[in-house]
Ligand binder design. Structure first.
Ligand SMILES: Cc1ncc(COP(=O)(O)O)c(C=O)c1O
Length: 394
């Protein structure tokens, strides 16, 4: 099983050549030797249009000159120091992220992965509220660690592995407004939700429902955590889905596109949450290292200076307008977290697209092909996808 098992489910398993690697990942039948722009290059010299971006990480595609230069420059200046040493690049990255988010979340804890960010967000919520229950949403994916896995839909029966969850968990049905007041009571420490669910198949939970969730959390004294590990950092065409919907959570977790290929994650928190923190409450060795910070700062610069949010909005709209062709009956999600709803099994469409030189993902929904394109995509690439889809059997 992969980190995101459903992303490649159904694609022919390649012969395992790396005998010393843990045999836990389903893999695309691709031998990638390099990449440039929005294309992967394979061992046999094929160029594959990458609309999956390594599980939503490759927001700038591959080999962006400013990303490469920033990495090299920072490596020469200072490749690593821990959080025991104050660093200007770390302070700058935090300020840059807070400004980019433009939400009332002005304190940042840097870490390494989405799961780690969620783990810390839930720990804080449980501690601050002194409550013992977390509410999550059906279809959710929050990561593989003890707390993140406990709030991931279906994990307990498939891969969770720990003998018990570290707190009580209840799942909310998606889009059910009545269930919110029934489920989010004064025993709930936090509600954790992906505003646009990724692994579920680009399922947009919508502003109305998220506003109702915000209101109920406030009334019940529960903290609202937006897991924007996949849908954040510009993927919806807005800094965060919180901006798209005008809903301010108490915490946002983010990763993936944040470093655009350099492992980076962050937990953004409100003043009320930050005020509860004291020395030693959270910690990490690698999180907020100088390389990660230089890359986060650079990624935000590039997104802003190259107008990439507008590009995601424009091409996301084009995708929705033009790609309901061939086997596709609808397009769901937001921006470049898009789900092509297919009449035939998504895994077959994925294989057929790959045979035509286009890499896409699948999802937990057997009839959704997932698109997690780089923000630097161009109109001609959407046309290429549309033409390829139009050539497939309905
Ligand atoms: C919404 C969401 N949260 C958390 C995670 C876990 O992130 P990581 O694999 O970096 O731990 C993922 C990974 O796909 C995700 O999509």
């Amino acid at each position: 099983m992969s980190g995101i098992p459903s992303a490649v489910a159904g694609v022919t398993q390649v012969e395992q050549t790396h005998d010393h690697l843990a045999p836990v990942y389903a893999q695309f039948p691709l031998h990638v030797t390099g990449a440039s722009g929005v294309h992967l290059v394979t061992r046999d010299g094929r160029r594959v249009l990458d609309l999956y971006g390594g599980h939503a990480v490759a927001a700038l595609g591959y080999g962006h000159p400013r990303w490469l230069a920033a990495l090299a420059d920072q490596a020469h200046v200072l490749a690593f120091q821990s959080n025991a040493v104050p660093l200007e690049v770390r302070a700058r990255a935090a300020a840059r992220l807070v400004r980019f988010a433009a939400l009332p979340l002005e304190t940042v804890f840097f870490c390494n992965t989405g799961a780690e960010a969620n783990e810390n967000a839930l720990k804080l919520a449980l501690r601050i509220t002194r409550r013992g229950k977390v509410v999550a949403v059906e279809g959710s994916f929050h990561g593989r660690t003890a707390a993140a896995g406990a709030v991931t839909w279906g994990a307990a029966s498939r891969w969770y592995g720990f003998p018990r969850a570290p707190f009580d968990v209840e799942f909310l049905p998606r889009g059910d407004t009545a269930a919110i007041s029934r489920t989010v009571g004064e025993d709930v420490a936090a509600v954790i939700v992906e505003p646009v669910q990724g692994v579920a198949g680009a399922v947009d939970l919508g502003g109305e429902w998220l506003h109702a969730l915000r209101a109920r959390c406030t009334a019940a004294g529960a903290l609202l955590v937006f897991d924007e590990v996949q849908c954040g950092m510009g993927r919806t065409g807005y800094p965060f889905a919180a901006n798209l919907y005008g809903v301010a959570p108490d915490m946002i977790t983010t990763a993936k596109a944040l470093g655009a290929g350099f492992p980076s994650a962050a937990l953004l928190m409100s003043g009320d949450v930050a005020r509860e923190l004291a020395t030693d409450d959270l910690g990490t060795t690698f999180g907020g290292g100088p390389l990660a910070c230089a890359m986060m700062e650079t990624v935000i610069d590039i997104i802003e200076q190259e107008g990439l949010l507008a590009n995601v909005r424009r091409l996301g709209a084009l995708l929705r307008e033009t790609c309901i062709v061939g086997p596709v009956t609808a397009v769901q999600g937001a921006g470049f977290l898009a789900g092509l709803r297919t009449r035939r099994p998504a895994k077959n469409i994925q294989s057929e697209l790959l045979a035509r030189g286009i890499l896409t993902g699948t999802s937990a929904d057997p009839n959704v092909v997932r698109i997690l394109a780089p923000y630097v995509l161009e109109e001609r690439h959407v046309v290429e996808l549309r033409d390829a889809l139009a050539g497939l059997a309905p």
